[in-house]
Design a protein around this ligand. Sequence first.
Ligand SMILES: Cc1ncc(COP(=O)(O)O)c(C=O)c1O
Length: 369
Amino acid sequence: MTTTLQVPYLDLGRVRRRIAAPLEQRWQRILETSAFVLGPEVRELERRFADFLAVPACAGVANGTDALVLSLRALGVGAGDEVILPAFSFFATVEAVLLAGGVPVFCDIDAATFNLDPADAAARVTPRTKGIIGVHLYGRPFDVDAVLRLCDRHGLWLLEDAAQAHGALHGGRRVGGLGRLAAWSFYPTKNLGCFGDGGAVTGGDGELVERVRRLANHGMTSRYHHVEIGVNSRLDSLQAAVLNCRLTLLEADNARRRELALAGAGDLALPPADPPGSLSVYHQLTVRTSRRDALMRHLAEHGVTTSIHYPSPLPRQPALAGTAAALVPAGELPAATAAAAQVLCLPMFPELSNEEVEAVCEAVQGFFA
Ligand SMILES: Cc1ncc(COP(=O)(O)O)c(C=O)c1O
């Protein structure tokens, strides 16, 4: 009797086993020194991550949502300021604008890449627009050049939501240093993830990143001297130690993700190839089909766990009912609305075996045959 190979959507236990020895050493050192918050591990991570991205500055924070909120605050977003963002992303992207006191203005996405559509974003600019949040969704860089041209034309800033794109390239440069600031999440499932919550803000403007660092630590400039109202959003050292271990592996892990995505590319309706100079890091491997729910059921029956990122366009989230953001009619965002109904994310993590990938491809082929 043959048993079906069970392919998990993600198996963080495999990550833990790969870094067990160096992590044990780092954690031991933290426990011995009691440097639990913003200690040497955090400083090391900030320096190494900035070097990896080739940006001058990085500030660790408690999570990716805070990274977005504090970036928006550092950029000066206040009451009535409009911020354009794609209608298809994780909820935190819009939540951050509202938490910072701004007004989210949704734009549609490009149907092929799932990333923000610069032409549609251009149509949403008003005299109240202050900036644009671009999300490198699923690890694929959005059209940064087109968005920067739009920003230049109207005097806007660009904030990169890079939560899903650790190591991705656009125009030969790493994302995370292409706008005024970039917000990162180190949530466990991310390409660079810790074993709890973590985040960071990077950018080319050292002063702006320092402002984020200060906001993340009660607006404090020296011990018990507070020059503005901040929050407690510090990165803890045990998490930074995990990230220091995983950062060493990130390039190889991303290469493996690309290899896995290409293995499926012949059979699956995957996003188009990267344009020259760009490199996706496949945080998610996303296929689209009008028979999405049936495909999901079929794969589950064949031992393959999948996930939907995201089942609803942001403006349709109940939490936004009654806010200005919810006033965008669904008909104006056809690509985001269609994506939410059709996308399915397949298992994608560097530790997937070739056998598991073959099982996924076969199960998908079986559905469409
Ligand atoms: C695109 C995007 N933005 C923001 C976030 C928020 O990050 P966190 O969960 O670390 O707060 C996430 C992660 O979940 C994300 O995927």
